[in-house]
Design a protein around this ligand. Structure first.
Ligand code: G6P
Length: 612
């Protein structure tokens, strides 16, 4: 949520920052802006995407080897040119970009106003740059010291980068609850919200911790201190991220690329953790804490968005395969409702980005109650991966499309492996069933490849229902969360209102909405409640709804009653979500494209939600 990128070195900063902003655009695209120092400070900003900024800035002087850039997801103040970052001090010398929310901005603004500061924007961020200016001038402080003093007054979350035309060889960054990465190049430095704008130049990075500040000097030195001025000894990480992973690779959209990557990403999530020939699974991150896992009185899963849907499926998995009572929580609810968490609980956070503010806060709260906290995360080095006692990366690779696809299936793989591992260790799963599930899991990548071949058929169905205003998704058991996920995918990217429901619950409300204009997507693969779901389809048809059924290959019964069927390979029931979600991802994708929507950057959404 909001992307930050900054450069100090011997190259021209403008092209590096613009390219970086394009890579970070998934974090917000309400406006974009850049400041450069070349003798004096120049700032250009524009409502809309990075392309709008480029069109605007090209008429001006864009020289300079020190610069900062920002792509915004609006919180305080509407998306327009004025509220766009960077924000500049009253004397036009200090420029600042910010990701997060300064919660006490109103009080600070009032006090600064009384001291004679004028504000141009409605943002919380502008207050911070004026506060820095106030300290710098009144107390004759260096920019570094002024930033430190200002941050000590700020309440809330921030990743900021600041530069000052009076000290044109310095770049300052700081973070609290919002991510900031320092890239160490050859005579050049980068600061960014994540490593994607940096990786082209260097793979050596330092992830700043909360309440840390970095001061970079053009002479080649940098220093990291806490905002209380204590010198830190940071660890330099070497990233294993390739530039191609951040490109579309010939696909029209990142989302389509990511849907098609799933045979590979799902296999990557299993690599080294499963052996189908020998019949075992082992999840490395659980090994060190195995006793706490096997003796857990309860597992609590906390997540948001699509990750929360993966958590719902994990509840079925952990309870069925490992027989551990499991609860699923929206992280935002868990953190604020004074829950009962004990030291014998295991709290698992699911997060693609590893940065979601509510998930992070829920974890911190659980940690303080003494629970074991575990992360199932995609982004290596992310905040959640660093605050948890232990965890498992899902290894899906960078996910750029705002609507999550491959991260979801990889989360499911890791959660399935964890449930199998635990069930086996606790002696709660029959050996033959354990082995059958392992063999079936190993075969999932092949089956996903087969489903992807149905693309044209799914595209045709998309064309038939593209003009719907509403849609209903129904599923049962393991596939009830897939109904929720299918509906979420559709509303996120095509702006069609959609609801997911447990199929049997349909008659307690949504049935009232069904008429000849209502597409009803039913996950009706060959599973335990098959006959029941056939009845649900009949109920929809009796009210003239348009039924699109996801069925198992060879199904004949549903084919006769549904308007459209999509046949997918059969698998063991606990693994069926890994297959049934794929056609739903493709269906939403094609509908969104046909409706002319921006698939990768849907309106108002951001990939990484770092504010509450
Ligand atoms: C945002 C994204 C979703 C994602 C959710 C949780 O809403 O648009 O795709 O599922 O955040 O994100 P996380 O990174 O914690 O999985």
């Amino acid at each position: 949520m909001c992307g930050i990128v900054a450069y100090l070195g011997n190259k021209e900063a403008y092209p590096i920052i613009i390219e970086g902003l394009r890579r970070l655009e998934y974090r917000g695209y309400d406006s974009a802006g850049i400041s450069l120092i070349n003798g004096e400070l120049h700032t250009y900003k524009k409502k809309g995407k990075v392309n709008e900024l480029v069109a605007h800035a090209q008429q001006y002087n864009c020289e300079g080897t020190l610069g900062i850039g920002h792509t915004r997801w609006a919180t305080h103040g509407k998306p327009d040119d004025i509220n766009a970052h960077p924000h500049v001090s009253g004397d036009g010398k200090i420029s600042l970009i910010h990701n997060g929310i300064i919660e006490n901005y109103a009080v600070l603004k009032k006090a600064l106003h009384e001291l004679g500061h004028d504000f141009k924007s409605e943002t919380d961020t502008e207050v911070l740059v004026h506060l820095i200016e106030e300290y710098k001038k009144k107390e004759n402080l260096s920019i570094e010291e002024a930033v430190r003093r200002a941050l000590k007054k700020a309440v809330g979350a921030y990743a900021i980068v600041v530069m000052d035309a009076d000290e044109p060889n310095k770049l300052i960054g700081a973070r609290k609850s919002s991510p900031l990465v320092l890239g160490l190049g050859d005579g050049e430095y980068f600061l960014a919200s994540d490593a994607s704008p940096i990786i082209k130049y260097t793979n050596r990075v330092i992830y700043l911790n909360d309440e840390e500040m970095v001061t970079i000097d053009r002479d080649g030195s940098y220093e990291i201190k806490t905002i209380d001025n204590e010198i830190q000894n940071p660890t330099i990480k070497e990233l294993d991220l390739k530039l191609e992973e951040l490109e579309k690779g010939g696909y029209e959209h990142f989302m389509l690329k990511e849907i098609h990557q799933q045979p590979i990403t799902v296999a990557e999530s299993m690599r080294g953790r499963i052996n189908a020939d020998e019949g075992w699974v082992a999840v490395g991150g659980m090994k060190d804490n195995l006793k706490r896992f096997t003796n857990a009185e309860r597992i609590i899963l906390a997540a948001c968005g699509t990750s929360w849907h993966a958590a719902l499926i994990a509840e079925y998995l952990f309870e069925e395969l490992a027989r551990i009572p499991t609860e699923v929580e929206y992280a935002s609810e868990l953190r604020y409702r004074n829950p009962i968490i004990n030291k014998n609980d295991v709290v698992i956070a699911l997060s693609q980005s590893g940065e979601t503010a509510d998930t992070l806060a829920a974890l911190e709260m659980a940690k303080s109650e003494g629970a074991l906290i575990y992360g199932v995360v995609n982004v290596v080095g992310s905040s959640i991966s660093r605050i948890t006692h232990s965890g498992s990366y899902i290894h899906a690779g960078p996910e750029i499309g705002v609507a999550s696809t491959k991260a979801f299936t990889s989360q499911l793989v890791v959660l399935t492996l964890m449930a199998l591992n635990l069930g086996y260790e606790r002696g709660k799963i029959e050996e033959s069933y354990y082995r059958r599930l392992i063999v079936a899991l190993d075969d999932i990548p092949n089956k996903i490849s087969r489903i992807l071949k149905l693309n044209d058929q799914i595209k045709y169905i998309a064309g038939e229902i593209r003009n719907a205003h509403n849609a209903l998704y129904l599923g049962r058991g393991y596939n009830f969360p897939i109904a929720l996920e299918g509906a979420l995918k559709l509303k996120e990217i095509s702006y069609i209102h959609a609801e997911g429901y447990p199929a049997a619950e349909m008659k307690h409300g949504p049935i009232a909405l069904i008429d000849m204009y209502m597409p009803v997507v039913v996950i009706a693969t060959n599973m335990s409640a098959y006959e029941k779901i056939v009845s649900n389809i009949q109920e929809v048809k009796a009210r003239k709804g348009i039924v699109i059924a996801i069925v198992s290959e060879g199904d004949t019964q549903i084919k006769e009653i549904a308007d459209f069927t999509i046949e997918i390979p059969a698998t063991e029931e606990p693994l069926s979500p890994l297959l049934s979600v794929i056609p739903l991802q493709l269906l939403s994708y094609h509908i969104a494209v046909m409706r002319g929507c921006n698939v990768d950057q849907p309106r108002n959404l951001a990939k990484s939600v770092t504010v509450e």
